[in-house]
Each structure stands twice: as C-alpha cells, then as structure tokens.
Design a protein around this ligand. Structure first.
Ligand code: 0PR
Length: 350
C-alpha cells in the first residue's frame, strides 16, 4: 500500500492550526518518547513544561503563572470550569458565557454537571455585558469571556467581565486559545496584566505555531490549580492536576521551541502579515459585493452562497463557515498573500 501523506496546506483556509515552526517540529520529534505526566521519570520534559508555563505567562502578562500544557483548548476550558465548580458552595452551579464561546464549554457543562447559560452577543459579535449580567446569580461559579472568538475573531470586554464575575464571587475565565499569540500586538485589554482574571486558555498549537497537541492552561494562583489535584499513589510525584495522564512530551517541547524562537519579534511580524492578508481579502470580497464582517483579528467572514463554497471545496479549497452560514477564512501563518490571490481568482470564475 502507498504510504499515506498528510494534506498540503496550500489551500487550507479553514484551520486554526498551522504548520509548526521548523524549530517546533524538530523539538517535537526529539521529545516524541517522553511523558510529562510522569515528571519523576521524564525530568527534562517536566522542566521544559515549567519553562512553557513561564513563557505563556510572559505572553499573557503574568510574572508568576501556574498551569500546564494541555491537549488543547477543550481540555483547558473544561479544567477552568472544573476549578470554578469545585471551589464553589452550591448544588446547582451555573456558568455564564457569550453565545460566541467555543462548543468546548458545552462539553464542560455536560461533563461537570454545570448549567451553561449563553447570552446573546452585541451587533459586533462581542459579549454583551448587560445581557450576561442578567444571567448571573448566586449559583454562578464561572463567567467566561473570549479573547479571539472562533467565528469572527472578536475580543470580549474582559475587565468588565472580571467585575461581573467577582461581584458574585465567581471566577472569571478568558478563552484566548486562538487569540493569545496575536493579541499582545493589539490595543485590546485581555490578559492578566489588564484585569484580575482567574484562569486562561492559550494554545501554542494554534497561532503559537507549535506542533499538535500543545494547548495551554494558566491560573492566577497556585491554590486555583490545586483544586484539580488528585493523589497519585504510585508515581514519584504525589499529585496530578492535569485531566489526562500520559501526555505529549512532543507538544511540550515544541511549544517551548516555538515560543523561544518567535516571542516577541516573530509573532509580531506574523500578526502584521496575517492582518494585512485578512484586510486585503476583506476588501476584495467587499469590492465584489459581498457583505463582509470587518476583521479585527485575522479572521474574515463574508456572506457567500453555499453552492459557491461547495464548488470551491471541489477545487481543493478548505473553507469553513460561521454558525450564521457565512464563509469564514482564518488567516493562519501558512495562509499567504499569493494563496489568497489565487483563491480570489477562483471566486472570480463565478
Ligand atoms: N477555544 C477557542 C476560542 C477555539 O477556537 C477552540 C478551537 C477551542 C477553544 C478548542 O480548542 P481545541 O480544538 O484545541 O480543543 N477552535 C477550532 C474549532 O473547533 C479548532 C480547529 C482547529 C478547527 C483546526 C479546525 C481545524 O482544522 O473550530
């Protein structure tokens, strides 16, 4: 049988993952057979994980963060909800999030027995603080905001959400799974340095250009992470806060390599390139009469008819859509200007 090969990235406009930076790829290969889930045995990769958390703290304005490298944003969001539920004193916990929150919150709610209350977003697809305030009550354990939403790349008013959460003694979680590595180069107020956020998701395997799997989960203080700790009787380490047991040393090593290589200059350049591409595509689509949702971060959404998008798929393009049915293009590092030019040329064929 012919050896299977992964897809090329040259027509992928739908993904929130990308080709790893060469240094990240090399580090992933080197640490393939290591398990940060057993730090007593795999000491080097355990040290690398400490370094990863330190670097993630640098990116998110926290000089002394706690946390670990997760399997992805889903695990990090589940863990945030789990901490909030465990520390609260209620039998009927709920969490409040904007409707733009990723579907991993639905999984977290289901797994943890926490009711998920989603508030409508404002006309610009951002969290509407007043609408969320209406859903918060004495049983609210978590208020979540998104910094770089999956569909439109929008950033919620995080400081106001922190106030909303803390007014009812709930935790505030920020999901910057995708946006975390572009937001430092914008004017948004989204990170630990801007507000008393309790927990955060920020994934190296998205805009961070690390290999999959490398998600990131950070907590403001050690006691929050301790809410997750279970005893591990037969490991040399005595407790474990992660959701999974055996974990990817490749992910951890590649996250460190990518961040050491790219923070801050490489990420800044990538942000500017991706934004230029997104703005160029938005203008080209608008010039062709499509309704475009203006990009704030490098994601472009535009109303296109579905037969067109189906046909583009036949031509090899991988594009996704928003819940409202708009075409959605994520300008990841592998998405170049020339790629977008040939995409627009294909669109002009109609
Ligand atoms: N939070 C946000 C804001 C996200 O966008 C995502 C994933 C998650 C959490 C969950 O992260 P993990 O998928 O790492 O658990 N957003 C994309 C999505 O689910 C992920 C994705 C990645 C989609 C690659 C397509 C793809 O090819 O739509």
């Amino acid at each position: 049988m012919q050896r299977a090969e992964p897809q090329d990235f040259d027509r992928v406009l739908s993904s929130m993952c990308t080709q790893p930076h060469p240094a990240a790829r090399e580090a992933a290969e080197r640490f393939l057979a290591t398990n940060p889930g057993d730090p007593g045995t795999y000491e080097t990769v355990a040290e690398l994980e400490d370094r990863a958390v330190e670097l993630l703290g640098t990116v998110t304005g926290h000089p002394n963060p706690n946390g670990y490298v997760t399997s992805g944003g889903t695990e990090a969001n589940i863990q945030a909800a789990r901490i909030a539920r465990n520390r609260a004193d209620t039998d009927t916990p709920n969490m409040v999030a904007p409707e733009s929150a990723h579907f991993s919150f639905t999984k977290a709610a289901d797994l943890l027995g926490v009711e998920l209350r989603r508030a409508p977003t404002d006309e610009d697809h951002c969290a509407d603080v007043d609408a969320m305030a209406e859903l918060v009550d004495g049983d609210t354990v978590l208020v979540a905001g998104v910094a770089g939403s999956t569909e439109y790349g929008r950033v919620d008013p995080i400081p106001a959400l922190v106030d909303l959460a803390h007014d009812v003694d709930a935790l505030c979680h920020v999901d910057a799974a995708w946006g975390g590595f572009v937001l430092p180069f914008t004017d948004h107020r989204w990170h630990f340095g801007h507000a008393d956020i309790d927990t955060m998701t920020i994934d190296p395997h998205k805009m961070g250009q690390a290999a999959v799997p490398a998600g990131g989960f950070l907590t403001r203080s050690e006691d929050l992470l301790d809410e997750l700790a279970v005893d591990t009787p037969y490991l040399e380490s005595t407790s474990q806060a992660t959701l999974t047991g055996t974990r990817s040393g490749a992910g951890v090593a590649s996250a460190v390599a990518a961040m050491e290589e790219l923070w801050p200059v490489g990420y800044r350049e990538q942000y500017h390139t991706s934004m230029e591409n997104a703005e160029w595509l938005a203008a080209e689509l608008a010039a062709r009469g499509h309704d475009v949702v203006e990009p704030d971060l490098p994601i472009v959404a535009a109303d296109m008819t579905m037969p067109v998008t189906e046909d583009l798929r036949q031509r090899g393009w991988r594009i996704s859509k928003t819940g409202a049915g708009e075409m959605r293009v994520v300008c990841m590092p592998h998405v170049t200007h020339s790629m977008l030019r040939s995409f627009v040329a294909d669109l002009d064929w109609y």
